[in-house]
Design a protein around this ligand. Structure first.
Ligand code: 6GU
Length: 224
């Protein structure tokens, strides 16, 4: 998979890909992340990428021309399956969307900023709009990092058996069951005995029961 990210703040998007699972995925060439600084496509001497909105009102709007230049240059080099705009008024991200997008080959992610982008960018170039929840971030960069993490960990070869995505919370619309590690008795607080029994069918049954119990209690909306 190849992900091209267009942003006015590429610095904000460097570190998430420089550690742990995401770094390993890049090192193993399972994913390519290409950051594009929108300012490199700006017009005029001031490197302008945003302007006041027509009709008045507070907040700057990202202009269409630099975005058009950047997207057109990328599209001239390869085919893209999706051009995704990160915005709080997009579709709320969930595991199903991540599963679907993780199967794509090439995607562009445009990070919104300030008051957003000129509506014509959305009308002309964007194939999907994604939000990561009902709260407002200063820009789409951290949301893009969250989205990319959710995609990359699903790519074949990124996770080992031990951290398999198949047992994740949400992958089957259930929260994950409780987990424990050593010591089995900490100041008198004991690990559930079943987990020490070596009886794997019973352990599996216990985990399923606990997953359902936890989901019923904490996220009953997932069971519908
Ligand atoms: Cl994608 N962008 C911004 N600016 N805020 C958000 C968001 C995105 N998702 C939730 N809040």
């Amino acid at each position: 998979m190849r992900i091209d990210i267009i942003t006015v703040l590429p610095e904000l998007l460097k570190s998430p890909f420089e550690a742990s699972i995401l770094k390993r995925a890049i090192d193993k060439k399972l994913v390519e992340i290409h950051l594009h600084n929108l300012r490199d496509y700006s017009i005029g001497n001031y490197k302008q990428v945003d302007d006041y909105q027509f009709g008045g009102g507070a907040g700057m709007v990202l202009m269409i021309e630099p975005i058009d230049k950047c997207i057109s240059k990328l599209k001239a080099q390869r085919e893209y399956d999706e051009v995704i705009y990160m915005t709080p008024d997009g579709e709320t991200l969930n595991q199903g969307i991540s599963n679907e997008i993780s199967l794509k080959k090439n995607i562009i992610i445009l990070c919104g900023h300030y008051k957003g982008v000129d509506q014509r960018v959305r009308d002309l170039f964007i194939t999907k709009e994604i939000s990561i929840g009902d709260y407002v971030l200063s820009g789409g960069e951290l949301a893009a990092a969250v989205f990319c993490d959710s995609l990359i960990r699903l790519l074949p070869g990124v996770l080992n058996d031990e951290t398999s995505a198949l047992t994740d919370t949400f992958q089957d619309n259930l929260l994950a069951p409780p987990v424990y590690t050593r010591p089995s008795n900490y100041k008198g607080i004991k690990v559930p005995e079943i987990l020490l029994s070596g009886n794997f069918p019973s352990i599996e049954k216990w985990r399923e029961d606990k997953a359902l119990e936890r989901t019923t209690k904490k996220r009953p909306d997932l069971l519908n």
